[in-house]
Design a protein around this ligand. Sequence first.
Ligand code: TZP
Length: 210
Amino acid sequence: MPAVLPPAPFLYAILDTDFLAGRSVGALVADLVAGGAGLLQLRAGRESDERFLALAREGVAASRAAGVPLLINDRPDIARVVGADGVHVGQEDLPADVVRGLLPAGALVGLSTHDAAQVEEAGRMPVDYVAVGPVFPTHTKDRPSPVVGLDLVRWARTATRLPVVAIGGITSGTAGAVIAAGADAVAVISGLLSEREVDRAAARFREALG
Ligand code: TZP
């Protein structure tokens, strides 16, 4: 079955394993979807391949049960083995067209961008959405690119027909302004996973999106 993005505006919950704090990926997936997350990503930059694979299997099983697509960050090999719905890559990962070629037909591919030239280039790539950020300051990413602000979100909206996913430091208090600037979705790590009750945190975001 080809995976499809949810209708805009949607909440994109990124399960960064640095934020698990002893919680299981399966339980987090269920709670985030219960709160209103429409798309999920598993990001595990600091895990061994063996653990990433195990967590990816758990995430895919839970996301299938919840009926929401789950993408794997940066690793088409792991996505393929576990039957994930797609892959998200950054500027320094494998090129999006190479990743697309490694995945089954109908898989979702997303690409991170950090400036106008990268957004334009994404429009020429075989990707399903373009992520733009960091929109606000964030402590979550090692060596984050400079903050792009809402200006790049506004510009991306006019420059590409791809769905625009805004990321970086977004809270339920700012999510509405991000959507008003033209984003189709907000992608969030700490604003969801730093909370003890992630279902309630997701619901606050979901409500802010309108
Ligand atoms: N890419 C740009 S900012 C960022 C990524 C992965 C981190 C987003 O995390 P948070 O905690 O929602 O700021």
